[in-house]
Ligand binder design. Sequence first.
Ligand code: AMP
Ligand code: MG
Length: 417
Amino acid sequence: MPRDVRMRGFAARADVEEVERFLAERVRALPPEPVALADAIGRVLAEDVHSAVDVPSFARASMDGYAVHGADTFGASDYAPLPLRVIGEALPGRPFAGAVGPGEAVRTMTGAPVPAGADAVAPAEVCEERAGLVSVREAVPPRRHVGARGEDVRAGERVLAAGRRLRPQDAGLLASIGLAEAACHRRPKAALVMTGDELLAPGHRPEGARIVDSNSLVLGGLALRDGAEVVAVERLPDRRERIRAALLRDDADVLLVSGGSSVGQEDFAPRLVAELGTLDFHGIAMRPSSPAGVGRIDGRLVFLLPGNPVSCLCAYEFFAGPALRALGGRPRAWPHRRVRLPLARKIGSAIGRVDYVRVAIEHGRVVPLATSGASILSSTVRAAGAVIVPRGLEGVPEGAEVEVLLYDDAPLTEGAP
Ligand code: AMP
Ligand code: MG
């Protein structure tokens, strides 16, 4: 029987790295599914893609003008324009059916197939057509203004590798080689289970002893950022049976449980996870979020996240985020942009513990938001990002350069408090 730690405290705390290693060893990318290209942007390719075709599949005019046999134009100049007989027209999608013989030309537009016999395009700017003849005022050597068959993509070529997070232009390229779908890793499904008798659903005004559940919004947004699909948001009172039922839901790959993760008398989730599956970690040497836990029920990962909003966000970032990204085939590393800047004030920590410190950036220096406890959600709104103090350090002195994990993708211009 798992030890009931409620109202007794943690006997020992696991190291952050130990939990990270545990997750890295166990969490593998979900299997591929075919995804229509328009929906595949932002998804992760599960397999290499090779082209079965040349693109373009024909020699293509890259200028408006006249398709000619280049050698015919040698010697042409402003003083000695060379007349060629115009025998037809080639347009994009409407090729000229015949062949271009000596002394002949075909009027052609950008994107049209270059007709047989022609090997160059004399641009319209150096040509003048009158009464079935075009006079060319400049020599065009063979291949000039002609895109070779396969110049974009060659048949057999690997156009994208497994693991690629598809950009819009990637989807475009896949379409150009004739595909309708891409084999992408399935997106992980996350269910959000918010626990606490005090919680009101977002949209209510906080009153008396009740507070609004803000964690579901934060977790939902982070899970989306990390490529997950949020399949459910439950808000439950601190009742063992209700939480038990939520832990048994089988429609998600990952359960994000907020609140009741610690050792208080109402903290049912850790013991329930231990009973229903395995509670691999409970209590982690970090600040905030030390009452976090990680477990598994029927192959599903369960993250026990403390209810305090900053702890909840922090525990998500350290453990749930990497796992969701890895399930979706993304790199497990934190996705934040990073900057290195000197510290305006020292950060205190303790050897043996990892600290997640919210910081502002002022005048090119990193300012720890020292006064903010784990319950102060607005500190994460004021912050530009976070600095992580590793386990082996007692702190970081003023002036030392630190790496800031930025909350924003692009530099903030407006709207910052
Ligand atoms: P707990 O982890 O359940 O002991 O909760 C710790 C603190 O976080 C308490 O002050 C809770 O009221 C608060 N809290 C719990 N759940 C949420 C939530 N979903 N949104 C915002 N605050 C919460
Ligand atoms: Mg609670």
